[in-house]
Design a protein around this ligand. Sequence first.
Ligand SMILES: *Cc1c(COP(=O)(O)O)cnc(C)c1O
Length: 457
Amino acid sequence: MVVDTEITRFERYLADAREAGEKRAELRRTVRGLKFDTIAVHGMYSVEEAFSSGQGGIIEGIYPSTSQAYRDSDEMEAGLSYQIPTWCYSRIHNPTVYALEETLALLESYGCEADATALCTSSGMSAIKQAVEPFLAFSGPGEPINFVAGAQVYGGTFQLFNIRMRERGATARWVKQPWQIEEWEEQIDDSTRFLYAEMPSNPTQVCFDIKAVAELAHKYEIPLIVDSTVATPALLRPLEHGADIVVQSLTKTIGSGGFSLGGALIARHNLVSRHLEDEARADFGTWVKLWPFRDSGPCMSPYSAFLFLNDLRSLRMKVEVMSKNTFKVAQYLDGHAKVESVDYLGLPNHQHHQLASRYLKMVDDGAETFGHLMAFTIRGSAEDTRRFFDGLIRVFRATDLGRIKSVATIPAISTHQQQGEEGRDLAGIPPTMVRLCVGAEHPDDVIADLDQALAGI
Ligand SMILES: *Cc1c(COP(=O)(O)O)cnc(C)c1O
């Protein structure tokens, strides 16, 4: 308690906020010491908070309100000048979204010495845009700017990097074999602002050595940004291996129920970048939220945050079941005469099996686990592939992945359609490829569906 009666009302707000902040930091230190599942289930919502502001509810409240009221002009001024924690207006910040952000930051920095801050956005794409844009500011007219990225990225990311970023004068330099560290180094020069890659990539499951590429980035004083949507923090936490920023499409496995779109960037404190000011480097997640994100507006709805929080509680167990199911399905397809090849990191014949075994491990138990994304190619033509695809009865045809239900797509005619044949070749996407994401159904039933559809070609 602050007892000095001489202080002004404004100062009182600052002092109270400091006291509350210290309490919160202490709680956060305690929560950081808990196991992954416990953090996923509870986040920062405590029994104490349930009684102090949550009506005793065992679940966090949902705050759909667009804005926050202030007690008086002093509190309003302190809040809107960012001198006390506040949420002001839901485009900037929102209590329900914040509950999700705190949980995600804790899960992505689990087992990592560095602390991290998360920022949730309206979609995975907007998270990627918010994560990369601050590094692309011009410091002089006509200055060339580039960034170096693994070529096997999500179709939307390819378009963002190749077209939208080029429109604003930043060139994407693609690394065709991101598992080869020399290829990265060949592309870096004085105008390179960051390195970027997916681990593993969607849909071809290309892997790269996060630790080695992070060290390379830091040698040039630039950050490494990793999209680990396919792995989720249940299997991989890139910050632990030296990455500076992680981006997640929450829409996918984290939101496996399939109720809403969302994204997140999770940034380590004191990240490496010779292009950012100290304040932005110190806590990139908060800085982006308070400034560029606020000014662009891709905020997450509190309703979506509430659904993601719910899905996140059981993330690890779902990833475990779905990974096991995928392994069984991959083994079945691998032996099928009408299947040309199977891309699944869990199969020892996958080009990146070794690298994946080093990085993809079930949190807290350490078992090599490879997720629920796989791809395979049909032995035959593009038409045969479509006939197989059209024959599926239980597996849904959808440009989606990460679901509790099995979904399949033909990337060449869907997710990777817009980038043209050249872009698809670069990403290694033939027209006979089927991407399959196995859900939590019994694997025998998924196999039976695939089996009858393959019999039809
Ligand atoms: C889907 C996806 C994205 C984009 O996320 P949205 O939520 O659809 O905007 C980015 N990266 C990867 C790996 C994805 O699978």
